[in-house]
Write a protein that binds this ligand. Structure first.
Ligand SMILES: [Cu+2]
Length: 300
């Protein structure tokens, strides 16, 4: 069930969300969120097909930088796992026809909001600051599939790591101050006027239902429909239906949150200074699975 659920989530995210943007002039290292969380930072580099992690992390405001050094799309799905569970056990369980196989390996609520970075396309990166990841052992898993139908986790995109207790034993601290807010309304987003400057942006959901969020930039001359058609075809193909689309995806992801954001969930999306262009903010609703909505903005 876990595998199916996560595959569905990842597929929907990829299929529905479309987005993107090239962060050509990115310098995201001088914002307050970066400074505040600089000592509690997880770097994830995805390749075809592996995750390389660096950084020792603990409960509390944690910055996560996710970079895709591969040629395919990758998703940083995070699950809490029972102590001592190995990557090999996880792969065997996810590959199993038995839907209950993964259950005993997991701990806590696998669907809980953790404020992870979104799926990203090749050569993109995305950063967040979250304080929703509690101490414990975790697995990072990519459920995207290859052209010949193999899930990336079967090829090596599973890794485990530990999040330590907060240094002083206290409850998680508040998130650092943001440079602005991105508000999820009922059917649209409100983005702050300074979003193009980059920085850290608090995501606040007042829509009454959970939503994901992905922010990207369309390539010059590309339309939303171009990007949507390409990604839908890519995703269908990655799960064994039809051919992969030709050429490049005409968009680039610059940020977002993989997890659905509920009313009480908070995390910061950290954006680089955005290059000029047409951007889009996209969501699906988890309630009905397909309630896509989008908001456009332009950086001049
Ligand atoms: Cu992958």
């Amino acid at each position: 069930m876990m595998q199916q659920r996560r595959m569905t989530t990842a597929a929907l995210a990829l299929a529905l969300v479309l987005v993107t943007g090239a962060a050509a002039c990115g310098d995201d290292d001088d914002d307050s969120a970066a400074d505040t969380a600089s000592d509690n930072r997880l770097d994830i580099v995805a390749a075809d097909y592996s995750f390389a992690l660096s950084g020792e992390v603990h409960e509390g405001p944690m910055r996560i930088d996710f970079q895709n050094a591969g040629a395919e799309f990758h998703v940083p799905a995070l699950f809490p796992i029972a102590a001592g569970v190995t990557e090999q056990q996880l792969i065997a369980a996810f590959e199993s026809e038995d839907e209950s196989a993964a259950g005993p390996l997991l701990a806590g609520d696998p669907e809980a909001f953790r404020g992870m970075p979104p799926f990203i396309d090749a050569a993109s990166s995305a950063s967040v600051v979250t304080n929703s990841i509690t101490a414990g052992d975790y697995a990072l898993v990519c459920f995207v599939g290859t052209a010949d139908g193999q899930p990336h986790f079967s090829l090596g995109m599973v890794t485990t790591f530990t999040v330590g207790a907060a240094p002083d034993g206290a409850a998680a601290e508040a998130l650092p101050d943001a440079d602005g807010e991105i508000v999820i309304n009922d059917g649209s987003y409100t983005v702050p006027d300074n979003i193009g400057d980059g920085g850290s942006f608090l995501v606040r959901n007042v829509s009454g239902q959970p939503h994901e969020i992905t922010i990207g930039r369309l390539h010059e001359g590309a339309t939303f429909a171009d990007a949507e058609g390409w990604i839908n075809q890519y995703f269908a193909a990655s799960f064994g239906e039809g051919e992969f689309p030709a050429g490049e995806w005409p968009a680039d992801i610059v940020g977002g949150l993989l997890d659905t954001v509920g009313a009480d969930d908070q995390a910061l999306i950290v954006l680089p200074k955005l290059s000029k262009g047409s951007y889009i903010v996209v969501s699906e609703s988890e309630d009905d699975g397909v309630a896509l909505f989008r908001t456009d903005f332009t950086v001049d």
